[in-house]
Design a protein around this ligand. Structure first.
Ligand code: NAP
Length: 273
């Protein structure tokens, strides 16, 4: 069942190249880091990996490990799933703004005594020439745009885009992976469906052609979507940027390579050097 999405039902682990002693690992995904990690783990016969996705994208890209899709039913549901599936370690490789699932993972692993590692990509740092207004959440972005009409490049994902319905005076270019639909009913809106990575040249062209006056983004970190930040700097545009939410204090590494090393050292007893 390599690459098959198992909708909501208990995951199966019939990995053809895994014997019964393979260590079962749950990777909570939805990010580039999770994809990179499961691709690396798929070639390791010591591990039997299940990738879990929330199900936000209609057609997630195929992955070389078994997948399950959909919520677990809170921390208790996740703890149950971990126990029922003999999971020996959990890797929380969710997006840095996916705070609820990270809190659930911390609670579930603590309750079950299961080792947990978070993959947390570093936040973007303000560079010389950046004109950032940092805000705490998406509703605060709306206020930060002010009352006067502006041309806004909105790149905060689809889930919270409806908050901007309170500010219909602005013109929005909204870029999301999944179509935004009618979530933002404002008179002046252009919706763009695209998945990164994006190049600096493309970002500069888009912002110039659309006469963008301000960029609104989350501080997601990582390289795939950083060019928009660089483009805003080059064009002298202000950026309204949502700061990272509070996340549980758990062991963390910045990338998939760190997670692979951690799995090998903590579960297989291999040396880290
Ligand atoms: P969230 O607010 O932390 O999670 C909401 C609920 O969705 C969770 O309580 C859980 O439901 C379910 N869920 C989230 N991630 C899951 C996973 N990997 N596997 C199974 N269930 C999951 O997260 P979110 O902001 O909705 O993000 C959902 C997914 O999109 C995550 O996988 C995240 O990595 C990805 N993503 C998020 C953003 C963002 O800006 N938030 C950006 C890019 C990608 P139950 O409580 O029922 O278990």
């Amino acid at each position: 069942m390599s690459g098959a999405a198992d909708q909501g039902s208990p995951a199966r682990h019939p990995k053809p190249n895994h014997d019964r002693s393979a260590v079962r690992v749950l990777v909570l995904g939805g990010t580039t880091e999770a994809s990179t990690l499961v691709t690396r783990l798929a070639g390791e016969t010591d591990f039997a990996v299940t990738l879990s996705l929330a199900g936000r994208t209609a057609a997630p890209r195929p992955e070389p490990v078994p997948m399950r899709v959909g919520g677990f039913g809170g921390a208790d549901g996740l703890a149950r799933w971990i126990a029922e599936n003999g999971i020996r370690a959990v890797i929380d490789a969710t997006h840095p703004f996916a705070a609820r699932i990270s809190a659930n993972a911390a609670a579930a692993c603590r309750a079950g005594g299961v080792p947990l590692l978070a993959v947390r990509r570093p936040a973007w740092e303000r560079q010389p020439g950046d004109d950032w207004s940092e805000v705490q959440d998406v509703p605060a972005c709306v206020a930060a745009l002010g009352p006067a009409p502006r041309r806004v490049f909105l790149t905060i994902g689809r889930q919270e885009v409806s908050a901007f319905a309170r500010a219909p005076q602005h013109a929005y270019i909204v870029r999301t992976i999944e179509p935004v639909g009618d979530a933002l009913p404002v008179p002046n809106l252009v919706a763009v469906s695209a998945r990164g990575p994006f190049t600096l040249e493309d970002e500069i062209r888009l912002m110039r052609e659309a006469d963008i006056e301000v960029l609104v983004t989350k501080n997601s970190g990582g390289g795939a979507t950083y060019p928009k930040i660089e483009a805003a700097r080059r064009l002298g545009l202000p950026v309204v940027i949502v700061a990272r939410p509070a996340l549980p204090e758990v062991a963390a590494v910045p990338d998939a390579a760190g997670a692979l090393l951690w799995l090998k050292s903590s579960l297989l007893g291999q040396r880290l050097d």
